[in-house]
Design a protein around this ligand. Structure first.
Ligand code: CP
Ligand code: NVA
Length: 336
């Protein structure tokens, strides 16, 4: 095996150091410098996957998903396999976690068998409670409130595409949902700039926005909420949209499909962005609704880079949560 790019500084400090939180329930579990560290480690792991093939040998991950998934499930499975670990998937779409037995009892079973729990739930509180009860790390794979792995992968994609995340502006256009929340918090941690344009009544959660603004005070990030999609995308480097009807919001489909029409990302809207702006979407896309084929299939679209990034970023998250910073992993900024 080739020697990974280990810095002498890290080599001389063999004691493992972990992230400040045992879990990744919210993006805010990561300190701003830890968000940067995840992106740095993901970049190294993408460049040198062979150096990490046995990094999590003997470790086991379990996923419980109350909602469907393509990307999240498969990137955790492929990522864990790429690190030498194993993963188990439990389809939880027929009943919610906690219905058959108490969450605390589930937690105390799982911690005897596996090393990390990954949850996709309706209620964010389910993930918070599991993290409270379980003695092993818990990772949010999407809740009604946040999608932290997604936004970390999205900023990783921007970093790879533009070579930087600061001095960039991302415009998120559409529903102020879980993905918008995690983008706000990740942008804040990275000191970047975001504009979020939503119809009245669909703004991002006020507490999330307040928290993002608090972090922004520390990092110099810029956060702007507005209603006009054209104003939001004017001159930006990235235009991002997501489903108008998130999983769990299906009862509002008819209303939302009318209300969100002015927020559709089409070529006219993209024309207001910077000439080299990229189009982003977490996927799955609802073509003809929040985005047109012409935009998502255009050379400006980086949606499959985002999907690939999920795997690199989640590998980095798993490594940091399960192993911490050790002599094998040169992530100097974690505890700088
Ligand atoms: N973006 C995302 O989380 O995709 P899945 O719902 O397919 O996991
Ligand atoms: N906001 C969407 C994201 C899907 C990955 C949802 O929650 O359904």
């Amino acid at each position: 095996m080739n020697s990974p790019t280990i810095t002498p500084q890290v080599r001389s400090n063999p004691s493992p150091k972990r992230l400040r939180s045992q879990d990744l329930v919210s993006t805010t579990d990561l300190a701003p410098r830890e968000v940067q560290a995840v992106l740095e480690l993901a970049s190294l792991m993408k460049a040198r996957p062979d150096d990490f093939r046995s990094a999590l040998a003997g470790k086991q991950l379990v996923m419980f998903f109350e909602k469907p998934s393509l990307r999240t499930r498969l990137t955790f499975e492929a990522g864990m396999a790429g690190l030498g670990g194993v993963s188990f998937f439990v389809d939880q779409t027929q009943s919610r976690l906690g219905e058959r037995e108490r969450l605390s009892d589930i937690a105390h079973n799982l911690e005897r068998w596996v090393n990390v729990i990954v949850l996709r739930t309706f209620s964010h509180a389910t993930i918070e409670k599991m993290a409270e009860y379980a003695s092993i790390p818990v990772v949010n794979a999407l809740s009604d409130l946040e999608h932290p792995c997604q936004a970390l992968a999205d900023y990783f994609t921007l970093q790879e595409h533009f070579g930087r995340v600061n001095n960039l502006t991302l415009a998120y256009v559409g529903d102020g949902n879980n993905v918008a929340h995690s983008l706000l918090l990740t942008c804040a941690a990275l000191g970047s700039s975001i504009r979020v344009a939503t119809p009245a009544g669909y703004e991002p959660d006020a507490q999330i926005v307040a928290h993002a603004r608090e972090i922004a005070e520390e990092t110099g990030a810029s956060i702007t909420l507005l209603a006009d999609p054209q104003e939001a995308v004017s001159g930006v480097n990235a235009v991002y949209t997501d489903a108008w009807v998130s999983m769990g919001d299906e009862a509002e489909t008819e209303l939302r499909e009318k209300l969100f029409v002015p927020y559709r990302v089409d070529e006219d809207l993209m024309a207001h962005a910077a000439p080299d702006a990229v189009f982003m979407h977490c996927l799955p896309a609802h073509r003809g609704q929040e985005v047109t084929d012409a935009v998502i299939d255009s050379p400006r679209s980086v949606v499959f880079d985002q999907a690939e990034a999920r795997m690199h970023v989640q590998k980095a998250i798993l490594l940091l949560l399960l192993e911490g910073e050790s002599r094998r992993f040169p992530v100097r900024s974690v505890h700088a």
